[in-house]
Design a protein around this ligand. Structure first.
Ligand code: FNR
Length: 376
């Protein structure tokens, strides 16, 4: 019983601490189909596992006798300063975890001063979320629609109008991954209408429907979410239509990173979608160094997939990431204890990162590229 549980989580030690503990709590609070959807990877789940394991293969060679009495974790991205290097990854259909869905997450992000990336398939519309946290920094993640590019441009325009500060185009989802858990359970959050907030509030989408019944809405969302024929030309078109920075999420190959720079993309998110898309791909932390080398500091590179605690973030930053996206950990915090749960997860990330930077001899995140890393 979640209400009882949340009442009981009043003291620090009442909250789960590790990722595994939060996950366990989420498993108890979520419906089995929803938890299976959120927690498993595609295929054999190799990449989902590899993401987290790969962090353990990178080792820090710390420095000593540095003055680390204060640690500056601030980062600057696209002309804006942030207190920490963390972002909340775009995660759709958050009603699976908690009734208030993205509004609760957004409030937690605002309290912790961590920017939020809102998914195209969020339960609440991007406008509702913006209304819940008008002054908090927010980015919008776009699933480009190949069948209705005008719908994609409309969403970008709405995001810009609602105060979102960047557009993240996810490109590793040309179609849904091979997710056996969901095939077996028959569970589909989109089919249940859990991710329709941004669609049903879009004039272009509504106009494109033959009629407005639920069946027609759902069928059209399925059609619009995939983008098998999306190419760099479309990215250039989005760039033309917005004054916001445009990031590409889902790059793993250094050549693609170079092309992104050529196309004037403003930032890259190294990601394999938490192992939910193509199984068997490289862990994102292992893909990072070559991409950093290819991009040569021309645009910022962020990373997600497998980040489970502060020390993982420190490793990603030391290997050249300018920011780190937290994914499943915050979703489990949301499922375990709503807004407060997300806040706790984020607080622990921040605290562990601060301690880890100090113990590495790094008083200032801007110097982190000097931190020596080896693979073991
Ligand atoms: C996601 N992710 C995702 N990405 C995206 O661009 N748009 C989306 O709507 C979603 N939705 C989504 C739902 C769920 C349940 C999960 C777990 C993930 C991927 C997300 O942004 C991020 O890349 C991964 O979550 C990172 O992996 P870890 O660290 O969460 O394992």
């Amino acid at each position: 019983n979640r209400d009882l549980l949340m009442k009981n989580m009043s003291k620090e030690q009442d909250f789960p601490l590790t990722f595994e503990e939060w996950e366990q709590q989420a498993a108890e609070n979520m419906l089995p189909g929803g938890f299976g959807y959120a927690s498993t990877g595609a295929g054999r789940g190799e990449t989902e596992k590899r993401n987290a394991e790969a962090f353990s293969k990178w080792a820090i060679v710390p420095r000593i006798l540095q003055d680390v009495s204060t640690v500056d974790m601030s980062v600057k991205l696209f002309g804006r300063s942030y207190k920490t290097p963390f972002f909340l990854a775009p995660i759709g259909v958050q009603v699976l975890a908690y009734e208030e869905a993205e509004r609760a997450t957004a409030k937690a992000a605002a309290v912790m001063e961590i920017p939020l990336i809102v998914s195209t398939v969020s339960t609440c519309s991007l406008e509702e979320i913006a209304e819940a946290v008008p002054s908090a920094p927010k980015w919008f993640q776009l699933y480009f629609s190949s069948v209705h590019p005008e719908l994609s441009y409309s969403m970008v325009e709405r995001a810009e109008k609602s105060g979102y500060e960047a557009i993240v185009i996810t490109v590793d989802t040309v179609m849904a991954g091979w997710r056996e858990q969901d095939i077996r359970s028959g569970f589909s959050p989109l089919a249940l209408g859990y991710g329709k907030g941004n669609y049903v509030n879009d004039p272009v989408f509504m106009k494109s429907l033959p009629n407005h019944d639920q069946e027609s809405v759902i069928a059209s969302i399925f059609e619009n979410i995939q983008h098998p024929n999306l190419t760099w030309k479309d990215i250039a078109e989005v760039k033309k239509r917005t004054s916001l920075p445009v990031l590409i999420k889902g790059i793993l190959h250094p050549e693609d990173a170079k092309i992104a720079v050529e196309y004037g993309v403003d930032g890259i998110i190294v990601s394999n979608h938490g192992g939910r898309q193509l199984d068997g791909v490289i862990a994102s932390i292992d893909a990072l160094p070559e991409i950093v080398e290819a991009v040569k500091g021309q645009i910022p590179i962020l990373l997600d997939s497998g980040v489970r605690r502060g020390i993982d973030a420190v490793k990603a930053l030391a290997l050249g990431a300018a920011g780190v996206l937290i994914g499943r950990p915050f979703l489990y915090g949301l499922a375990a204890a709503g807004q407060k749960g997300v806040e706790k997860v984020l607080e622990r990330f921040i605290q562990e990162t601060e301690v880890s930077l100090a113990l590495s001899g790094m008083a200032d995140l801007k110097q982190i590229s000097k931190l020596k890393m080896v693979r073991q």
